[in-house]
Design a binder for this molecule. Structure first.
Ligand code: ZN
Length: 132
């Protein structure tokens, strides 16, 4: 297992962690599991086009606005971040063949911050499979 540390710079942002994740693999075949250890971040696979990344954050905020009379905000001020994290999910699997991540042409592994800036940790676990 490897742990990637990410220092996010703003309250909401998306960080492309594909190259960091790729370093874990070597030249083997198997399955990669990418898991965020936080309750206010997400992990997803999508295109890392800058306009699309802004659209994703904006539409999630349209759906779950900040400071909108949440019960959790009585003890904390980040209920929206928790809800967005649950919508997105906090992990992804990626198949790997001979060291190559089997991502589609435009697919990238994206870490999504909803309550930064903070230091964040993502675990990357590689499960090697038997040879055919
Ligand atoms: Zn909270």
């Amino acid at each position: 297992m490897k742990t990637i540390e990410i220092d996010t710079k703003s309250r909401e942002e998306i960080v492309d962690i594909t190259e960091e994740v790729r370093k874990v693999v070597g030249n083997k075949s198997g399955l990669l599991f990418v898991f965020s250890t936080h309750t206010t971040t997400g992990v997803t696979i999508n295109e890392a086009e800058t306009g699309l990344l802004k659209d994703l954050l904006r539409k999630l905020s349209d759906l779950v606005p900040h400071n909108a009379d949440y019960i959790h905000d009585r003890i904390d001020t980040n209920a929206d971040a928790h809800i967005k994290a649950s919508i997105l999910g906090n992990s992804v699997f990626i198949p790997v063949e001979n060291g190559r991540l089997m991502l589609g042409t435009w697919q990238r592994i994206l870490f999504v911050e909803f309550d930064g800036p903070r230091r964040r940790r993502v675990h990357v676990i590689f499960y090697e499979t038997e040879k055919d």
